[in-house]
Design a protein around this ligand. Sequence first.
Ligand code: SF4
Length: 459
Amino acid sequence: MTDPRPKQGKSVFIRTYGCQMNVYDSERMAGLLKPLGYGVAETPEGADLVILNTCHIREKAAEKVYSELGRLKRLKADKAKAGGEMKIAVAGCVAQAEGPEITARAPQVDMVVGPQAYHRLPELIAKAARERGDVLDTDFAVEEKFDRLAAREAEGPTAFLTVQEGCDKFCTFCVVPYTRGAEVSRNVDAIVAEARSLAAQGVKEITLIGQNVNAWASNPPAGVVGDQWGLGELCRHLARIDGIERIRFTTSHPRDMDDGLIAALGEEEKLMPYLHLPVQAGSDKILKAMNRGHTAEHYVKLIERIRAARPDIALSGDFIVGFPGETSEDFEATLALVDTVGYASAYSFKYSRRPGTPGAAMQKQVAEDEKDDRLARLQSLLERQRQAFNEAQIGAELPVLFEKPGRHEGQLIGRSPYLQSVHVEAPQSLLGSVAKVKIEGVTPNALAGALKTKEEAAA
Ligand code: SF4
């Protein structure tokens, strides 16, 4: 039997679209391929394997993938002319949603691998090498994927850690329940093992990720008696790992924000005071049409409870304007909610029809120019709130985790507890550690500050 493993010195280029789940998945794919001799290439030109890790959430996502595949077809032909071979794989949510269509429309694609199947990439590569034609693997087998992913190498002092996948909420605008499948929680022992391995490699901050991360639920770890744990218990447990100094989690759903998690936010210092809690709209009529399962009042009251538990919490949200049936009064209700809550940052988009979702078939689609106007008004309000939040930090002393060198000599860039980028004159020796920084100014996208103690500045 021939050894399916590529020779040392092969290269893989991975292009990542979309959310943090995909960023994490791409890192894991690179980690899976490393033992097979694949180094990561910075560009697709000349790579032996190109993976497009796709996202289906935005408009024209599939079209963008096909246009990128057109470019790759030329690169593949160039490589063949030079006597080499380039394999092309499409991974992620577009792969899941449109697998057979991709292989039919883009014969240059060798592998189509869904988000729950990429742990089988090494086998797929071997299979693609053996067989002519494309290889399609879009089965849902999340547990198996979690089990088979080897411990990965950390890159820098922060890392994502997947604890949950999938979604059962079926918001009427969203494809995730169809592409990522039902909610599945990873077991505590596997999460702890990965967190310990990351901590041992110098990771100080872990961000627990999942489509509905706060729907995470699992039996307690081996040897601990008791009821099912929720995300609050998991965070408290992970906070006991030596070396882990900061914990974050994203993305949360308002319906899964339970008392245990709110209490943990209030009591566990390692949990950062920053919460991404999408609401999407401020009108109950639109929330119902979106199938969000809560009202605007429920959301606002929930924020009050979270703020009572953790007064310094900063909030981030997601908003969609121009959902089918949204009147100007409905939109005003969104502005009113934003005014009431006050966000430190936010993501906002125009509604776009996603094929196969209930929203795509709804009557009363909103005209594009109306959506443009509403988005501009909403973004202007959110931007004012973001700037005000940043300016309010001037004079504060914030613990900053230094992640990378800045553009200027002697400068480091780190993150505040509120996920703001902070630029500081600081010695390289502080990279990967947390130090107190006095905030002195704000730029459009970052804070600027100085190390609090002379000793740190001279370290
Ligand atoms: S909660 Fe709604 S928006 Fe979020 S992933 Fe699930 S269906 Fe999509």
